[in-house]
Write a protein that binds this ligand. Structure first.
Ligand code: 5GP
Length: 125
């Protein structure tokens, strides 16, 4: 069920539980600012989710409240995951859903990193 991206951060969301080690995940990369792990229902041969360690609901919330260090660390982590996965060539796609119209389901900011095949048009027309 899509979320309302203006809601307060919910500490019980599934990605918060992964961050606390309460639920398993296939870690791809981690540092002080970010955790990256494989999506449980991959939509491409490579489908990694990159999340900030801090409690942010969405890109909107993160861009408004996160420190410059958190933002820089997170953005660098997304780029590193793509490089480490060998995606720079041939290319890849980033996606961050925000709120109901986007279909965002997990209320903790996550950037999807898709790659490993030609990804087709950006959106269905
Ligand atoms: P959203 O629709 O919010 O942008 O994307 C949420 C993503 O999280 C989906 O692609 C979904 O497959 C993934 N996901 C949901 N629950 C889990 C989980 O418990 N573990 C992992 N690794 N991915 C999950």
């Amino acid at each position: 069920m899509p979320i309302d991206a203006t809601q307060p951060y919910d500490e019980s969301n599934i990605f918060a539980r992964i961050l606390r080690g309460e639920l398993p995940s296939e870690t791809v990369y981690e540092d002080d600012y970010a955790l990256a792990f494989n999506d449980i229902r991959p939509a491409a041969p490579t489908h990694v989710l990159v999340i900030p360690r801090g409690p942010y609901v969405s890109w909107d919330d993160f861009s408004e409240r996160a420190s410059d260090a958190e933002i820089a660390g997170f953005v660098r982590a997304v780029g590193k995951v793509a490089r480490d996965k060998g995606l720079v060539p041939p290319g890849y796609r980033l996606l961050a859903n925000v709120g109901a119209d986007s279909g965002q389901e997990v209320p903790h900011l996550h950037v999807h990193v898709f790659g490993g095949k030609p990804l087709g048009p950006m959106l269905a027309r």
